[in-house]
Design a protein around this ligand. Sequence first.
Ligand code: SAH
Length: 257
Amino acid sequence: MELGSSEAGRLSVRIFVDPDALIAGTLTIRDEEHHYLVHVRRQTVGASVCLLDGHGRWADAKVVSIYDGSTELLVDEPTMVGVASFALTIVPAIIKGERMDQAITKMVELGVARICPITTERTVVRLKGDRAKRRLDRFESITKAAARQSRNPRPPQIAPIQSLAELLVAPPAAELSLIPEASGAAPLLAQALPEAKPTSAVVLVGPEGGFSAAELSGAEEAGFVAVSLGPRVLRAETACIAIASILAFRYGDVGSI
Ligand code: SAH
């Protein structure tokens, strides 16, 4: 069953809560969620809210009381949102600041099922120790905000940052594994897509400087098929958007695992 227009409280304010907290009865929300509901969205007592656990469960709720640092909600019985029958995992090489934020935001809007950020030979951004952790936290908070804004009840999972070499040791399992590359030598994406709808695909996207020749052949050895997105060189974030849009158009949706 696909997500219908009347489902998941389409028109009410959406709040993500812990899966464990999403049960019928009263629920108190604090911190960021309370602030978002009361100060950003200016909801008052009696307002309807849609609660989501980020894993496909949701429930309607009503605002019962508002305090200084918390809001009390009365929560209905949770239900499961529909599951799309095609899941897309995008594996983007991390690119510089703003552009990576954009790439993640757009992938969440388009409904991508999973994002596995990687570092590659030509990754410009340095991500040692604490920095990698901070970057991942940022990706997660961007995902949450984009999911709220785009009313995506099942935001993508963000995998821990790893190198392309690490990822290729055990690549995400999928029926269709693609590596878009901008040299113009590869066949067009349209030609590489099977007629019969696969249930999953995984797509590697290179950084600003592209993949090295060794990385390309390593990925091909691991089963990835090189494809072209057309005669122009796209920015990495544009390539992510194009892939998600094309596959959503072709297979109906790109969003679940
Ligand atoms: N200077 C690099 C361009 C990198 S663009 C080069 O010439 O390879 C960043 C990434 O976006 C690429 O690694 C590739 O994965 C993807 N990409 C951009 N344009 C593309 C195209 N026309 N076809 C396929 N992939 C493309």
